[in-house]
Write a protein that binds this ligand. Structure first.
Ligand SMILES: *Cc1c(COP(=O)(O)O)cnc(C)c1O
Length: 361
C-alpha cells in the first residue's frame, strides 16, 4: 500500500493512526460486536461515543460551561440560513465582513431574512487580504456580526478579532477549528463543517452561547432551530453517527498524540513557515496573500504562468503530492495543510518544489 501526500482543501487528510484505529474497530467497536456505524444512536455504547466526543471537544477548546456543543448535519452551508433564522430576531439586521466566497454566501443567505450589511470587503484584490475594520462603522443595532475566520479558498485569516462589544460575534471556523487555541468566550456562535480539520464529511459542529438559543423566528423549521438540538443532546433525530465516532478518534489523537492545541499550533506554524519561507525566496513560485494575513491552513501560490502551473500540478501528482490545483477562482496552486498533514509532508513538498524550480528555471 502506498498513501499519497494529500493537500486537499476538503474533505481532507485524516491522521493515519486514526484511520488505523477505525479500520481495526470496523467489525467490533469497543467489544460491542458491531461497527460504530451500525449502533443504535440510543444505545449505551453510542452514548459513550457522542458524549465522549463532546467532552473532549470542550476540554481541548476550553469551551466555557455556558456554551452548548451541537452536532448537526447540512454542512457549514446550512448555518448560513440557520444563523439568521435563529439570531436575526430583534432588529433583523446583521453585519458581515466579506473576505471570500464563503463569507459572501453567508451574507447573501442572511439577506433573504433581513438586512445584511457589508461592513468591509477585500473583493477589490481577489480577497488576498483581510480588510482593516473600524468599529465606528459597525451597525449599533445589528443582531450579530459575522466573520469567516479562515478563508479556505483565498488563504487569508483574521489575526485579530473585530471589537463588537455586546453584539454577538459569529464565526465560520470550518477550515481552522482546532488548529490553534482560541478564546471561545469572545464568540456568540462558532460553527464548522467537519471535513477539513475534524472528521469525514456529514457532521457540522456548532458551539453556541446558551442565551442565544430559543429565539428562533416563527417559521423556522424544527430541524433548523438550535433549541431542538440543544434540548435533545443533538439526538432529536439520528445524528451523523460515524462522523461523530471519527471526530472522537481525531480528538483523542489531538489530545494524546499531539498534546493539545498549543502543541498543534506549534506544528501548524512550523508547516506553514516551511512553505511560506520557501515561497518568499523562490524565483519561480510566489504566495498570493498579503503576508500579515496569511493562513496557517491554506497556502495558495502561483508561478505567474498558467502552463507552468499545470505542469507543476501534473508532475506533483505523479510524484504522490495530490490535490494541489488551486481553486478555480484563484488559479495556480493551493496546499491545504490541515492538522493531520505531518510536518514531513510539507517538507517533502518543499523539496519537490525546489527540484521543479531547478529543472524548469
Ligand atoms: C468548506 C467550507 C464551507 C462549506 O462547508 P460545507 O460543509 O460544504 O457546507 C463553509 N465555510 C468555509 C470557511 C469552508 O471552508
Amino acid at each position: 500500500m502506498s498513501r499519497v501526500i494529500n493537500f486537499s482543501a476538503g474533505p481532507s487528510v485524516l491522521p493515519e493512526s486514526v484511520l488505523k484505529i477505525a479500520a481495526a474497530e470496523m467489525l467490533d467497536c469497543n467489544g460491542s460486536g458491531q461497527s460504530a456505524m451500525e449502533m443504535s444512536h440510543r444505545s449505551k455504547e453510542y452514548e459513550a461515543i457522542i458524549f465522549g466526543a463532546m467532552d473532549l471537544l470542550r476540554e481541548l477548546m476550553n469551551i466555557p460551561s455556558n456554551y452548548k456543543i451541537l452536532f448537526l448535519q447540512g454542512g457549514a452551508s446550512s448555518q448560513f440560513a440557520m444563523l439568521p433564522l435563529n439570531l436575526m430576531n430583534k432588529n433583523k439586521k446583521a453585519d458581515f465582513v466579506i473576505t471570500g466566497q464563503w463569507a459572501t454566501k453567508a451574507y447573501q443567505e442572511a439577506s433573504r431574512y433581513g438586512e445584511a450589511v457589508s461592513i468591509a470587503s477585500s473583493k477589490d484584490k481577489t480577497f488576498s487580504y483581510i480588510p482593516e475594520l473600524d468599529p465606528s462603522t459597525f451597525s449599533k443595532d445589528a443582531d450579530y456580526f459575522h466573520i469567516c475566520l479562515n478563508n479556505t479558498i483565498y488563504g487569508t485569516r483574521f489575526t485579530k478579532l473585530p471589537e463588537t462589544g455586546d453584539i454577538p460575534l459569529i464565526a465560520d471556523l470550518s477550515s481552522c477549528i482546532l488548529s490553534e487555541p482560541l478564546d471561545v468566550s469572545k464568540f456568540g456562535v462558532i460553527y464548522a463543517g467537519a471535513q477539513k480539520n475534524m472528521a469525514p464529511a456529514g457532521l457540522t459542529v456548532v458551539i453556541i452561547r446558551e442565551d442565544l438559543i430559543g429565539h428562533a423566528r416563527d417559521l423556522t423549521p424544527t430541524m433548523f432551530d438550535y433549541k431542538t438540538h440543544a434540548d435533545n443532546d443533538s439526538m432529536y433525530n439520528t445524528p451523523p453517527c460515524y462522523s461523530i465516532y471519527m471526530l472522537k478518534l481525531v480528538l483523542e489523537w489531538l489530545k494524546n498524540d499531539i498534546g493539545g492545541l498549543d502543541a498543534m499550533k506549534v506544528q501548524n506554524e512550523k508547516k506553514a513557515g516551511l512553505l511560506y519561507d520557501y515561497l518568499d525566496t523562490s524565483a519561480m513560485f510566489k504566495g498570493t496573500v498579503e503576508k500579515k494575513d496569511r493562513s496557517l491552513m491554506n497556502v495558495p501560490f502561483i508561478t505567474g504562468n498558467d502552463e507552468l502551473d499545470a505542469k507543476f500540478v501534473k508532475e506533483a501528482k505523479a510524484a504522490g503530492f495530490v490535490n494541489l490545483k488551486g481553486h478555480r477562482s484563484v488559479g495556480g496552486m493551493r496546499a491545504s495543510i490541515y492538522n493531520a498533514m505531518p510536518v514531513e509532508g510539507v517538507a517533502k513538498l518543499v523539496t519537490f518544489m525546489k527540484a521543479f524550480e531547478n529543472a524548469n528555471a
